[in-house]
Design a protein around this ligand. Sequence first.
Ligand SMILES: Nc1ncnc2c1ncn2[C@@H]1O[C@H](COP(=O)(O)OP(=O)(O)OP(=O)(O)O)[C@@H](O)[C@H]1O
Length: 204
Amino acid sequence: MDLQVFDLAVARGGVPVLEGLNFSLAEGRALVLRGPNGSGKTTLLRTIAGLQPALEGRVEGAGERIAYAAHADGLKTALSVTENLSFWAQVFGKEDISAALQGFDLVDLAHRPAGSLSAGQKRRLGLARLMVTGRPVWVLDEPTVSLDAASVALFAEAVRGHLAAGGAALMATHIDLGLDEAELFDVGPYKAKPRVSAQDEAFL
Ligand SMILES: Nc1ncnc2c1ncn2[C@@H]1O[C@H](COP(=O)(O)OP(=O)(O)OP(=O)(O)O)[C@@H](O)[C@H]1O
């Protein structure tokens, strides 16, 4: 099932930021949102993830098919790496966390409390959670923040594996992930519709 966006308009803080968006994302495909700071990528991803309502239009193939990773890591600091992943696996009705531990090079950190990890290690753990959700559509907001080059490569490999298994990924990122198979989607600035007063209307 494709993720599909039809004539979508999204707003942040009550202010429209993007409109007229149409795209679809098929199984096995990745789509990278590009656009300058403040152009509305986060707002779009939040809307697709169901965290805020659309202003106009609709999204299909989302809902419970989505695993969303945002700027906030959402980790439980007192729990170990293993406990964090097991907790999330349970939430999604899964058990096996070994692929996630290995995929994000967390085996040697397995017993460390999440709160004691470095920024990049925390980010790796946050992204590893995607792998234990079993959800097919990964929606990722700036997934590589704090990651070094080796960790970016691990992340790209995890996305590749997800796509190969029939998953899909929609992400906003300013860096080149080296995912040649990813398509690009440029989000443009919102163009406010001209306001026409009743007086002007008389002349139209
Ligand atoms: N909580 C908020 N309340 C009001 N306006 C907000 C809020 N968060 C963001 N905005 C504004 O909404 C617009 C879109 O922001 P958004 O975070 O979606 O952009 P972005 O493309 O993800 O930016 P970046 O590349 O910097 O992460 C910006 O003008 C921003 O200032």
